[in-house]
Write a protein that binds this ligand. Sequence first.
Ligand SMILES: *[C@@H]1O[C@H](CO)[C@@H](O)[C@H](O)[C@H]1NC(C)=O
Ligand SMILES: *[C@@H]1O[C@H](CO)[C@@H](O)[C@H](O)[C@H]1NC(C)=O
Ligand SMILES: *[C@@H]1O[C@H](CO)[C@@H](O)[C@H](O)[C@H]1NC(C)=O
Length: 503
Amino acid sequence: MRRNTNGLIATALLIIAVGVYFFITRLPRCSRKLTITTFSPSGLLRINVSIFHTWHIPDWVQRYNVSHLFDWTWHKNGDYERCQNRITPPPHTFGCRAESPTVVNDALEYFRSHYDEGCIVDNAARLPNLVPHPLPRARSFFNTCYSLHINRAWALCRQRQSELDGFLPATTRFVTIAAFNAFVDTGHCHADVPGTVFTEEATFHLQGWTGKSCGNDAIDRIPQIEPKYRHKELINSIGTYLHAPGHFGPQQLPRLLRLLATAPETAKVLVAKGGVADSLLDVLIERGVVTRDRIVPFDQNARPNHFANMVYRSDSWPYLRGKEGAVCIHDRTDMQLVHRVLVGDEQPPISKRDRLILIKRKDGHARSIVEHLDMALLMASVVNKSKVPLNLHIEVFEARGHIRDHIALFRRARVIIGPHGAGMMNILWASPGTRVVEVGYTTGMTFPEMYAEMSLHLEHHYWVCKGYGDYSSPIHVDMEDFTYIFNEIIHEIEIEDQLSSWP
Ligand SMILES: *[C@@H]1O[C@H](CO)[C@@H](O)[C@H](O)[C@H]1NC(C)=O
Ligand SMILES: *[C@@H]1O[C@H](CO)[C@@H](O)[C@H](O)[C@H]1NC(C)=O
Ligand SMILES: *[C@@H]1O[C@H](CO)[C@@H](O)[C@H](O)[C@H]1NC(C)=O
């Protein structure tokens, strides 16, 4: 009998606890602000638009010769003013649950019928791929694909060259939007994939950034926003892996530049905080692309919610479903944009491109090459033995110092050699025609295709070299493969130098 009473009390307490929990955490429904606007005399409840300035193409866009990478949709017909005039006041009900918001994959289509929720800022075609799509070079590419277990993983190994054009990338445009009274997601589906724009009415999944099933879900929790995180206009550049060095440069940086080019200079700029993101921002500030007072750093630990009357976002289009064949990044447009803005449009003359860079990861660390020294010695001896005097200096790169020095060094690269890893990101600063050799590995996480995509779209001569070992430990290079590749490269450089020295 006693036992039974205890059991009843425990059950009752549990029910009460669950009830209290739901009472506290359940969010109220968001109020329907649409009725307010419908019944108010037009204009009265509009935001005073003269808080925003008129818009013009930023100077740096001309200076770095990148204006051909945009469509300037907004600029053509004075659409900026027209767009601002459509904003209604923000909802006063932060901290509520929205009623079944729509998932928007195609913003072009959506804003045609929902012009009171935002507008299209830019809608630009990507630069076309080179035809035929370039392939990596290797001693035997077929054989190398099998040896590195990437024969099915890499589109470059899997697809016929004549079909690659449709895969790398599998999207055709960039679309930049301004969403009214919108929030920036801090990672509802996956902590490494923040940045989705959402409102009470819609969640804008402009591109499929994760294969997880929640990756295309609507966000219905309208968060509370601290006053300091409420903005008038906010550029939202944050995305996959925030400030991770291999990802910020080739993925978030081009988005940031696309937004800085097309959104007004009055907008604040939400950028990942820390590491390479901070140092690349220093460079953007030095190059006059953005001013420090506009920067709103996004701290990956605090992850506060941000709100703005206009949130700007840019992504590739159309939206891709599933991971298979879904390459939407590292295209020629983005690679050219990043290269021209951070390095310049003009290529240094060949006499100034005299660096043979060997990337070295710390001894004993993941993917450090056990035979690093053998590679350096081989390189020195091949260069020494050349019949034509070569103006090439070997430089071992260990990522010391500021990224502005790395940019200056890689701008002078004639050849870049290294294992797969973040150091390879610096190929972004190297001129078209640079020889790039990436050493692969065999086990653990599949050897990613990203640097191959980047390098080929930067119009380098990209080589894959066989290696073996695990993603998370030191690896071995296949010295026979490397010797072949390096001799081939030096041979080509000898010919190139002879040709360029002819009057
Ligand atoms: C709009 O803002 C401008 C500048 O802040 C101000 O001069 C003007 O009086 C405002 N207009 C209205 C109707 O509030
Ligand atoms: C600017 O870039 C375009 C496209 O790449 C090129 O055709 C043009 O020559 C460049 N202009 C200048 C002044 O360098
Ligand atoms: C290359 O040549 C230089 C100068 O002739 C010499 O100092 C150096 O030891 C040589 N290096 C190798 C690896 O043969």
